[in-house]
Design a protein around this ligand. Structure first.
Ligand code: ADP
Length: 311
């Protein structure tokens, strides 16, 4: 590839996977995956447990090798050019693997060194990462004395210490309380405002809805739908949803009427939700009786695509 071609590719897509396959014995974790992340955008990789999200992340970082397909990060082929790809890529793992013996600052210094930040600018890079994680006051605290939220911020800052142009976040807020999650969302927002490309895996619908410019829904090792949250809603759930509440008999009746009218429904706890309610005829509306109308959301899309409920 010439330099010019490479620049053009990078402008269009910061990251691309084509026909990627990864098998573990009998299990095909990633099954012909096609995925593109446009430069400067945040793509949310959404899927239930076992969909292949983490494996996809590991393939991109060359921690594991694909059996087939092509992976390119900022114009570099992975795994062949993964060393060069890695210097431009920040990786935030799902599991906290901070060095507990070291302070927050020392953890960042180790990674600044590993990521080959030039010696002359290393101290500045570490201070910038501390600011980003809002940990300047705790810079000299040992990691095992930091709160869960602080550790998670430090883990993210560690992946950003070399000012990467693309960041991979694997389930960044899994298991965290809502307040810490909000803090991390603000941090990810700041990255996006800086023009950093973000690929984030998550099984929290709300997280994808809040942060992602585009969402790829993964199931069974491949992308089954992708687009902006708005496009996905329009395509798979319609504009409006009407929820009907009542005893089991009433819910079954709603489902039967909706089915007869060619509408899609899904159960949401004590309610039945009817998708694409804007297309409902007056006669059907009357037969269904009173319900609660709301705009559709990504969860409606997700459930109608995968048949699975998520958090
Ligand atoms: P997700 O991150 O979406 O939950 P994963 O990528 O972790 O999904 O897993 C996809 C599938 O591959 C699952 O069936 C999982 O059990 C399997 N898998 C992942 N990693 C390994 C491994 N190292 N060895 C064997 N099977 C694996």
């Amino acid at each position: 590839m010439t330099t010019r071609e490479r620049v053009e590719t990078v402008t269009a897509s910061a990251l691309s996977l084509r026909g990627v396959v990864k098998r573990y014995g009998e299990i095909t974790a990633v099954d012909g995956l096609d995925l593109t992340v446009t430069a400067g955008t945040c793509l949310g990789l959404l899927g239930p447990n076992g969909a292949g999200k983490s494996t996809t992340m590991r393939l991109i970082t060359a921690q594991t090798r694909a059996d087939a397909g092509e992976i390119e990060v900022l114009g570099f082929r992975v795994p062949r050019e993964s060393k060069r790809a890695r210097t431009a890529m920040g990786v935030v793992p799902q599991l906290d693997n901070l060095d507990e013996e070291l302070t927050a600052r020392q953890n960042l210094e180790v990674f600044a060194h590993l990521y080959r930040v030039p010696r002359a600018s290393r101290a500045e890079a570490v201070e910038r990462a501390l600011d980003l994680a809002q940990l300047r006051k705790r810079a000299d605290t040992k990691t095992d004395e930091l709160s869960g939220g602080m550790r998670r911020r430090l883990l993210i800052a560690r992946g950003l210490v070399h000012s990467p142009r693309i960041v991979l976040l694997d389930e960044p807020t899994v298991g965290l309380d809502p307040q810490v999650r909000q803090e991390l969302w603000a941090l990810i927002d700041a990255l996006r405002a800086d023009g950093v490309t973000v690929l984030m895996s998550t099984h929290y619908i709300e997280e994808a809805e809040r942060l992602a410019d585009a969402v790829a829904v993964m199931s069974g090792g491949r992308v089954i739908a992708s687009g902006t949250p708005e496009d996905l809603r329009g395509e798979h759930a319609g504009r409006d949803v009407v929820e009907y509440y009542g005893p089991p008999g009433r819910l079954a009746e709603v489902e039967a009427i909706a089915l007869e009218a060619g509408l899609t429904t899904r159960r949401t706890g004590p309610a039945v939700s009817v998708l694409r309610a804007e297309s409902m005829s007056e006669a059907t509306t009357r037969r269904l009786g009173p319900g609660h109308r709301r705009v559709s959301n990504l969860e409606d899309v997700f459930v109608s695509l995968t048949g699975e409920a998520v958090e």
